[in-house]
Design a protein around this ligand. Structure first.
Ligand code: BG6
Length: 503
């Protein structure tokens, strides 16, 4: 797709990027390949450098070699030796020790030397790609050392998820960050916000006039938000056994999608204004009525057993390496969420996400109310299905609108059809490339603000606690890998006379 002049992404100003956890999976599989992709698309300035920091004692050469292999495996088709070499000479590495304050001070010394060499004007971006337990000591280390001291340029800090484990720890995290950084320096990252199709939600809603008048409880029956995955937990049992699907996917990605689909139009399209409106949605979500003890009317959880995914036999969750054989960690959840405000009163938002499901599919479907009077009902067999608008996040990115037409040639017969807009593929930068670019350009639109981080945890923590204290080992597994999820999730919607969209 041709990008018109003025709409293209632009390379940022000179910068230095300090990646903490640079030898870990995230940095190697996502961040460093994303930097290569930025370079490949001429979206890096002449002057920049990357300083990797991690506990492993590696030489710069060894770090570059490992990074090269990671980039090559992430972008085999786009890998070009000459482009790699241009990036490689900007990549440096410094090991860090147990004493984080003194490690950060020696990183500062390295950084200052490299800043002179590469002329990066003290524009510093710190990226915390470390395990959750390392966030707090590292933030204190950065804050207490000279590394945080602002020079003539900017200092931004990007925090990978998970942003806490519960409400209390999230508050501690935001509080600690607030002690050393201003809000405009803190970038809570949620890679879903960088997906083109997720960015498109607001454009679609607010740049068109025909949908917004219908976007309320008078015309919408309910909304489904689905993020289904076919992958299992890969090699992340240590993290996942503590997190589970509600912390891993709902506190961030699913609730962020909910805010975008439900928010009011801001007066201008600016990061703070958009984030204000998103915060208002979270503040309007009705707390789950846990005291009434009818949790199954609001939430269903599941865990996958063995099964077949994409024609391949796969193990159940409890047989994954590093997982307890009696684990009660949920790999699937479905929630019914009510947004208690003027626009959405009475419209349920059904959210679901799970691992090892039948298909990989993420999307939002807006189910409209049936026509107020079905004058064809007597003459036609079966139900006349109401209109549905589906925003397809991935794969097969696009939008479709389901509606009824007359079946041509019939006497009186309806023909349900789908009007389909599909994005051309491949169509955009990797999510992480976009995240990095925006953090370097001080654009916080695609990042979560601290109040939203806290509010999401405030909503989910009591529910998670209740679920975790109630699940017994014999309740799981309750869905087979490769299926559409647990039967109880279907029952959740059936009680309301509704059905999930097929995966
Ligand atoms: C991450 C979760 O945030 O998102 C993973 O930690 C999940 O468990 C991933 O697999 C899904 O992202 P995507 O972009 O592949 O849909």
């Amino acid at each position: 797709m041709e990008i018109p002049k003025g709409c293209e992404l632009a390379a940022p100003n000179p910068f230095s990027l300090l990646i903490f956890g640079a030898t870990g999976d995230l940095a190697q599989k996502k961040l460093l390949p994303a930097l290569y992709q930025l370079g490949f698309h001429s979206l890096l300035p002449e002057q920049f450098f990357i300083l990797g920091a991690a506990r492993r004692k590696l030489s710069v050469e060894r770090f570059r070699e490992e990074t090269r292999a990671a980039v090559q495996s992430a972008f085999p088709a786009e890998f070009e030796e000459q482009k790699w070499r241009m990036l490689a000479e900007k990549i440096h590495y410094s090991p860090i020790e147990d004493n984080l304050v003194s490690s950060c001070n020696s990183l500062l010394a390295d950084c200052a030397t490299l800043e002179k060499k590469f002329g990066t004007r003290q524009n510093r971006l710190f990226y915390l790609a470390v395990p959750p337990a390392a966030f707090e000591p590292l933030i204190s280390g950065i804050g207490e050392s000279g590394l945080k001291r602002e020079g003539s340029g900017y200092t931004h800090i990007v925090i990978e998820k998970p942003h806490g484990h519960d409400f209390e720890s999230a508050r501690r995290l935001t509080g600690l960050l607030g002690r050393y950084f201003r809000q405009d320096q803190i970038y809570f990252m949620d890679h879903y916000l960088a997906k083109e199709t997720v960015q498109n939600i607001l454009m679609f809603r607010f740049a068109n006039s025909i949908f917004e008048p219908l976007w309320n409880n008078r015309f919408i029956d309910h909304i489904q938000i689905t993020v289904a995955e076919t992958v299992g937990i890969e090699k992340r049992s240590q993290y996942y056994e503590r997190a589970g699907v509600l912390r891993d996917m709902f506190q961030n990605h699913l609730l962020q999608l909910l805010t975008l689909i439900a928010m009011e139009p801001p007066s201008v399209f600016e990061a703070e204004k958009v984030r204000d409106e998103k915060a208002k949605v979270l503040a309007s979500v009705k707390p789950f009525p846990l005291a009434q003890g009818i949790i199954n009317d609001w939430a269903v959880v599941g865990q996958y057993g063995p099964g077949t995914v994409d024609g391949r036999q796969v193990a159940g969750y409890r047989d994954e390496p590093g997982v307890s054989p009696a684990s009660t960690v949920a790999t699937y959840a479905a929630l019914k969420v009510m947004v208690d405000n003027w626009r959405w009163n009475g419209v349920p938002f059904y959210l679901r996400s799970g691992k090892r499901l039948a298909r990989r599919r993420a999307g939002i479907s807006v189910h409209f109310r049936p026509a107020p009077h079905l004058m064809f009902a007597g003459a036609l067999e079966g139900n006349i299905l109401p209109n549905t608008l589906t925003l397809r996040i991935q794969p097969h990115e696009g939008i479709d609108l389901f509606f009824q037409t007359k079946l041509p040639g019939s006497r009186l017969c309806l023909n349900p059809v789908i009007m389909d807009f599909s994005y051309p593929e491949p169509f955009a930068l990797d999510d992480y490339a976009r995240i990095l670019l925006d953090a370097m350009q001080a654009d916080q639109m695609l990042f979560v603000r601290a109040d939203a981080v806290e509010k999401s945890w405030e909503l989910l923590t009591p529910l998670i606690d209740k679920i975790e204290s109630g699940v017994r080992p014999e309740d799981f597994p309750n869905y087979a890998a490769g299926s559409e999820g647990p039967a109880a999730a279907d029952a959740l919607l059936a009680k309301d006379g509704r059905k999930w969209d097929p995966l």
